[in-house]
Design a protein around this ligand. Structure first.
Ligand SMILES: *Cc1c(COP(=O)(O)O)cnc(C)c1O
Length: 389
């Protein structure tokens, strides 16, 4: 008997030959600085739990109290009978936190991006995306049916030229903090270009929310941009805030449009209410405990200094994401494996997540790391790089 899809096996072989095969590691501990993998404890440098809230005792307790009050499942979509008082309160708190009129919860960031772009655009419209945007933004743009234009990374002038030629409704879409590079989008310039051409600007702040800005308000707080400058603000709850889910914040008109039209909002089960309760607590901690943001800055700066002294190619980043450019995919994997043997978990990021020839080690910091963790990582990195030719 011949199997269907006979080419699948040779596709997998190709992926492996290019050093692009992906596999999972089974984690037996909570998220934190130390992770247990295969009975061994390793120091974690690849989580997006930047503020160290994923296993914070108060957040865990709020989650348990939420489950005691609401049970586990939310029972249905928000528009049927799944929208609990916990969800509603969290939406109000997120609107206040971001300085927007309203916020709307989505079950994941991926779904938020797909739902929002398709709700706002269709055939005859145009979407403009930074070349290095997250996959979910690219997919959202493609799925919307609008004409799809990519502009050069962080290049408002190139965006302007492309906007000049476009017809129909125009939406400019960008990561706030680029997920695999750690640099900031030039949001002030993008906002000016968008306004000049009557376009809306949508920012995905998955990696800035809670982490950037005095109060953790993210990239829009950093640039001081209002709802008028950035009409569509998307944030995730599973990174800096340490829980799960996502939201979109903006005007009454935007949110009501999404409730009517965003298919990934309408046709999916609401997050568990207990996750919303946990997030309400983690949001409070994120706002109040600015030491977590200060600590991240100190750790990142210490790492950048040390990596520079080792002659490593650090990238232009002032966030908690500090990638080391390696280039070759297999070499990035070899170095990542050597680091794991030395007790450090650092992920190798390869194409297609990043452009061809730009494989990298994506080092991320948590407010729970100490300076000695950074120093030990640098020491191990120096040895691993020399050992992997
Ligand atoms: C992680 C991420 C997402 C997806 O969010 P999830 O809640 O994990 O689905 C979207 N955009 C960016 C930039 C991200 O880094």
């Amino acid at each position: 008997m011949t199997l269907p899809f006979p080419e699948l096996a040779s596709d997998l072989d190709d992926i492996a030959r290019q050093g692009l095969y992906r596999s999972r590691r089974v984690i037996a501990s909570p998220q934190g600085i130390n992770l247990e993998i295969d009975g061994k404890t390793v120091v974690n440098f690849c989580s997006n739990d930047y503020l160290g809230l994923a296993n914070h005792a108060d957040v865990v307790n709020a989650f348990k109290a939420g489950a005691d009050r609401y049970g586990v499942g939310s029972g249905s979509a928000h528009l049927i009978c799944g929208h609990s008082a916990a969800h509603h309160a969290l939406e109000e708190e997120l609107a206040e936190f971001t300085g927007r009129d309203r916020a709307l919860l989505f079950s994941t960031g991926y779904m938020a991006n797909i739902g929002v772009i398709s709700a706002l655009l269709g055939r005859g419209d145009a979407v403009f995306e930074d070349r290095l945007n997250h996959a979910s933004l690219l997919d959202g743009g493609l799925l919307s049916g609008a004409r799809f234009k990519r502009y050069a990374h962080a290049d408002a002038a190139d965006l302007g030229t492309k906007l000049d030629k476009a017809l129909g409704r125009k939406l400019v879409v960008t990561d706030g903090v680029f997920s695999m590079d750690g640099d900031f989008a030039p949001l002030d310039e993008l906002a000016v270009a968008a306004k000049k051409h009557g376009a809306w600007l949508m920012v995905d702040d998955a990696h800035g929310l809670g982490v950037i800005g005095e109060r953790g308000g993210g990239i829009v707080e950093h640039y001081g941009l209002s709802q008028d400058d950035v009409p569509v603000l998307m944030g995730t709850l599973g990174k800096g805030l340490g829980t799960f889910g996502a939201f979109v914040a903006g005007s009454e008109l935007l949110i009501e449009t999404l409730i009517q039209k965003a298919r990934t909002y309408i046709y999916t089960t609401a997050l568990p209410a207990s996750v919303a309760e946990a997030t309400r607590t983690s949001l409070k901690i994120a706002i109040e405990e600015s030491w977590r943001r200060d600590k991240l800055k100190q750790l990142s700066e210490r790492f950048r200094r040390g990596a520079g002294q080792l002659g490593l190619q650090v990238m232009e980043s002032s966030s908690a994401i500090q990638p080391i450019l390696i280039g070759d995919s297999q070499r990035a994997v070899d170095i990542s494996n050597a680091l794991l043997n030395a007790g450090f978990l650092v992920s190798a990021i390869r194409p297609p997540t990043v452009p061809q020839g730009s494989a990298r080690l994506r080092v991320t910091f948590s407010a729970l790391h100490e300076q000695q963790h950074v120093d030990r990582l640098l020491d191990a990195l120096g040895k691993a790089i020399v050992g992997c030719k």
